[in-house]
Design a protein. Structure first.
Length: 161
């Protein structure tokens, strides 16, 4: 598998159309949202605090994610970190290692986007055990904090560089 995490703005017009066609499994939408919501976040008010990334497999987008920094950093995040949002792997290609590829490439992509950051953070629904396990496997550590989120309790996880 050859996969590369690239900034959304570097995609061709065709690749941007292919990103719009990413399908999230219906059971995962409550956790990650859908691609239309993620793209709306990225494109509705462009600015230095939100960046989108697509994972390309043989030049075709198979996954998408957002990173945030101030001034749009969530209240729960450390100001010296970037936060991960809306990680979405197209349901038609799940199980092929693309989530893993995103998480492995994420630290370098985040540091390239914002060299001053000192780490990455994310918030994950406390009942999303598969996501918690995946994030932990690739270097995210549970902070031990839980807070009331939009659909239940959420856990904060992070990694430092």
């Amino acid at each position: 598998m050859t996969a590369e995490l690239v900034p959304y703005e570097s995609l061709t017009a065709l690749q941007r159309q292919q990103v719009e066609a990413i399908e999230v499994h219906p059971q995962q939408i409550k956790y990650s949202g859908d691609i239309h919501g993620a793209l709306h976040t990225l494109l509705s008010r462009p600015g230095p605090g939100v960046k989108g990334f697509a994972l390309l497999a043989n030049d075709i987008p198979v996954a998408f994610l957002l990173l945030k920094r101030p001034p749009v950093l969530p209240a729960w995040a450390n100001e010296h970190s970037a936060t991960l949002h809306a990680l979405q792997v197209d349901q038609r290609v799940q199980g092929k290692g693309y989530g893993k590829a995103c998480l492995l490439a994420l630290p370098a992509a985040a540091r390239e986007a914002w060299p001053e950051i000192q780490g990455l953070e994310l918030s994950v629904d406390a009942d999303n055990e598969s996501a918690i396990g995946l994030y932990a496997k690739y270097g995210f550590v549970d902070s031990g904090e839980a807070y009331k989120g939009r659909i239940g309790y959420e856990r904060r996880m992070g990694m430092t560089f």
